[in-house]
Design a protein around this ligand. Structure first.
Ligand code: NAP
Length: 311
């Protein structure tokens, strides 16, 4: 009987201790699922987050896979002790949550909701009626699981959606771009920019002074991807010059964002505390179980991270 070691956030164990065995049962797998480990050499699968107790994977000599509960794997992908396959989380609940958050943020800026919320001063400003979504262009950097889900939802609302990825993509109702020229095209065309890239050596610092300068003056920036995609000082300069008119940031180079960080008090920045979306135990446990079932059947694992690319 395989041993699944839950080496993730202790506070979520109460959910996963129920959900993982139930999901394994759905896939016809009988396994032991534990949150303690006396003998690492007996573990077959690790369910992992960086908030759990494992940093050294060397003793897990027979582990067939490390199954991340997080979509972003930048904190583990470079771990030299990790020789086992690493699978990232692709959870329908996580995708739905991100889509809802991105659509909410885009609609906030598209409809100009802040002006009505913050300026209720007795003046009747009829000219503030928003344009239709079809006259607003949203650029999404990252057309993976989350980027495509958000892009489809925005396209369904009639936004003009542009997406950018490393390799060429084809997504219905979304104009897809790749490469440096594609990036310039997306940046220089969009009114609202959404970052849904992973943090890798190639994406760190992507939004620097040069890239902010490519945006249309007054563009909006929404970042639920990872903090280091943006150079903080470059964003502050772009906001101060008006090149960027507002930003909503959910993720930061340092989390929690330190209280003295200038983002907190900046009038054009909305800080949200890494809440855009979370892994949902009910649906995530099925993803874990499917990979355990595949591992036990000798089938290829799903969502395996390319260690060279870093995502
Ligand atoms: P994914 O499926 O791996 O998609 C990543 C996308 O980024 C792909 O389209 C990929 O291109 C593109 N990409 C990667 N490197 C690139 C590069 N150098 N140039 C251009 N495009 C590049 O990841 P996902 O599941 O959509 O998740 C995206 C990120 O969201 C995660 O890595 C995580 O950081 C973040 N996240 C945030 C939260 C939150 O609550 N704030 C929650 C979950 C996830 P290809 O398609 O060509 O491979």
């Amino acid at each position: 009987m395989p041993l699944v070691y839950y080496a993730a956030n202790p506070e979520a164990w109460g959910d996963y201790r129920v959900e993982i065995p139930a999901a394994l049962g759905e896939f016809g797998v009988t396994a032991q699922v534990r949150d303690t480990c006396d003998d690492p050499s007996s573990v077959d699968y690790l369910v992992y987050t960086p908030a759990g107790p494992v940093a050294d994977f060397t003793p897990f000599t027979k582990a067939k896979a490390v199954l991340s509960l997080w979509a972003g794997v930048e904190r583990i992908v470079g771990n030299a002790t990790l020789t086992q396959p690493l699978c990232r989380m692709v959870d329908p609940g996580l995708s739905d949550g991100m889509t809802e958050w991105v659509v909410g943020q885009v609609l906030r800026y598209h409809l100009g909701l802040d002006r009505h919320i913050t300026t209720q001063d007795g003046v009747w400003r009829e000219h503030l009626a928003p344009p239709l979504a079809r006259h607003r262009t949203v650029g999404i950097l990252g057309l993976g699981v989350l980027g495509q889900a958000a892009a489809r939802a925005l396209a369904a609302l009639n936004f003009d959606v542009l997406g950018w990825s490393r390799t060429e993509k084809s997504v219905s109702q979304v104009k897809c771009f790749a490469g440096d020229i594609g990036l310039s095209e997306v940046l220089s065309t969009c009114d609202i920019l959404v970052l849904l890239l992973p943090e890798t050596p190639a994406t760190r610092g992507l939004m620097n002074d040069t890239r902010f300068a490519l945006l249309r003056p007054g563009a909006i920036v929404i970042n639920p991807g990872r903090g280091p995609l943006i150079e903080d000082d470059a964003l502050l300069r772009a906001l101060d010059s008006g090149q960027v008119s507002a930003a909503t940031l959910d993720v930061f180079a340092v989390e929690p964002l330190p209280p003295q960080h200038p983002f907190w008090a900046h009038p054009k920045i909305t800080v949200t505390p890494h809440v855009a979306s979370v892994t949902r135990p009910g649906s995530a446990a099925r993803v874990i179980a499917e990979n355990v079932a595949r591992g036990e059947a000798g089938q290829p694992l799903l969502h395996v991270v390319d260690r060279g690319l870093g995502y």
